[in-house]
Design a binder for this molecule. Structure first.
Ligand code: SAH
Length: 242
């Protein structure tokens, strides 16, 4: 069944324009009478195409079902910007793993320019991955922020997971096991060049604890996926929902 994410639904019919219309009418070659699922804020609506014109597709709205696949944990991933398709890998895999938002940031050892990060393309990848794995929302992909802006954002989380290659005292497992009743979590992962020591200190001053992922140094894109997986697992998100 074709699924399209939309941002608002208010009435018995929905009119799609722009990309969604082009996707249905031209890419998918839809016809009047075709069934489509429109997903809006964790609710799937069974819809039927009732009119297609050059600039819009109109659908009638039928039954709806709440989407139950969203995690209870609200996780924002802050990955330092990475070159080429590594950022796309992170967005695709972390969408499947249930991230709520991904906000890339710049830091001293980044080998990539902020302007090289194609946020529009990353949003499309998040949308495709959301459809593929049956999510009820598309994770929000933010514009690239600088390091001071990253620090500013950190005060709004219950827990900050900060994998740091030079962490010597705490490992991820003991850190996650000591955290309880968290709802809003941030994960901060460094670039290929890692964190400069002064940056790590500043992140810790914001209430984060640097944690180790063990004795092997993972590539940055692996670390993002690994930490999000471990967090979801440890917080009980990998379970059968009744
Ligand atoms: N160039 C650095 C490594 C950077 S790895 C060096 O050689 O030391 C990229 C990012 O992945 C790190 O900044 C950290 O956030 C995470 N990471 C990878 N392996 C890790 C590990 N074993 N422990 C903690 N963090 C790790």
């Amino acid at each position: 069944m074709r699924k399209i994410f939309i941002t608002s639904i208010d009435g018995q019919t929905v009119t799609l324009t722009g990309d969604s219309h082009a996707h249905l009418a031209y890419a998918m070659r839809s016809r009047v009478g075709d069934k489509v699922v429109l997903c809006c804020d964790k609710i799937d609506y069974d819809c039927e195409i009732i009119r297609i014109t050059k600039n819009e597709t109109v659908l009638s709205v039928g039954d709806y079902t709440p989407v139950t696949t969203e995690p209870e944990l609200d996780v924002t991933l802050y990955p330092a910007i990475l070159k080429g398709d590594k950022m796309e890998f992170v967005v695709q895999k972390c969408t499947e793993l249930g991230v709520n938002a991904i906000i890339p940031f710049t830091s001293a050892n980044c080998e990539c320019r902020p302007t090289a990060v194609r946020v529009d393309r990353l949003k499309k990848i998040a949308e495709e991955a959301s459809k593929q794995c049956g999510r009820g929302i598309i994770p929000n992909i933010g514009e690239v922020i600088d390091f001071p802006a990253l620090l500013n954002e950190l005060s709004s989380y219950d827990l900050i997971v900060f994998p740091y290659e030079n962490a010597k005292e705490t490992d991820l497992k003991s850190f996650l096991r000591s955290a309880s009743k968290v709802k809003k979590v941030a994960i901060i992962v460094g670039s290929e060049g890692g964190f400069r020591e002064d940056e790590a200190i500043k992140i810790e001053e914001m209430g984060a604890t640097a944690v180790s992922l063990g004795s092997r140094i993972m590539r940055a894109e692996t670390a993002s996926v690994a930490v999000l997986s471990a967090l979801m697992y440890e917080m009980g998100e990998w379970r059968i929902k009744q």
